[in-house]
Design a protein around this ligand. Sequence first.
Ligand SMILES: Nc1ncnc2c1ncn2[C@@H]1O[C@H](COP(=O)(O)OP(=O)(O)OP(=O)(O)O)[C@@H](O)[C@H]1O
Ligand SMILES: [Mg+2]
Length: 291
Amino acid sequence: MKLKTIELTKKFGSKTAVNTLNITLTNGVYGLLGANGAGKTTFMRLLCNIQDPTSGTILLNGKNIVRLGEKYRNLLGYLPQHFGYYPDFSAFDFLLYVSALKGLDEKLARKRSHELLEAVDLSRDSRRKIKTFSGGMKQRLGIAQAMLNDPHILILDEPTAGLDPKERVRFRNLISAFSKDRIVILSTHIVSDVEFIAEKIMMMKSGQIIHFGNPQEITSEIDGKVWECTVPTGMAEKYAASCNTSNLRNTGENQTVLRIIADRPPVEHAIKVQPTLEDLYLFYFKGDREI
Ligand SMILES: Nc1ncnc2c1ncn2[C@@H]1O[C@H](COP(=O)(O)OP(=O)(O)OP(=O)(O)O)[C@@H](O)[C@H]1O
Ligand SMILES: [Mg+2]
């Protein structure tokens, strides 16, 4: 599988949500990381051919996805960011319903629905009405419906929103097992969600992919530039305001540990530390909201 975008652009009036994206995705798990309004949902909707680009093209194995039409849709699984559930359906009936929409044969639909309910840990709740589900349960059902047709391209818009830590681990395992020989793209603004699941990170800002690569590759930009230093809590705000601070935590005893990104040690006793994806993210998106 090779999904390629050429000069992909989407404008809403004067706002450019996706800006001349040129990117090639082969099999693997991709984490699409960006602040609110960066363009993640728009990019995913373009990839799903739900939204028409203002200009540019998307090719699957060299063929325009618009021309592939239904053939392309049959290969796709999609979890929208705001997913509409049917409150009076049971989880199982809902999956059967989505299967019918996707044109799956009924016997296969039943089998897949059972398997996926098991995979997202909803087997015991499969006959309950969706309106009685918690947010995390609905989210897991949303992930299951996206996988019904055993898609070769799976696009999940903020799939981990509302999942608790245990469910996050389960989700990660599900995706790892599923992703062999497929393209999986998941968006989030929670760095730790993609750091361990995704092989490749696409960092998106103002409609462009500003970083692309595995976490080590993309953090190399700030190698040797991340410092940890302990300062009196009373001084922490001052440092945080004047330096590029990626993180701060109180250690009690009126001391605060700051992570600062700078070319030189920000204070004398600063210690050079290994950069993380979170450092890079906060470096780019600190206080960022692009809406
Ligand atoms: N239908 C639309 N009409 C007008 N503007 C839109 C529309 N959809 C998105 N936008 C704008 O395009 C930009 C990108 O929005 P998008 O929803 O793709 O961002 P996002 O990265 O998914 O954000 P979030 O993390 O909040 O989900 C934003 O400025 C948004 O306001
Ligand atoms: Mg979004």
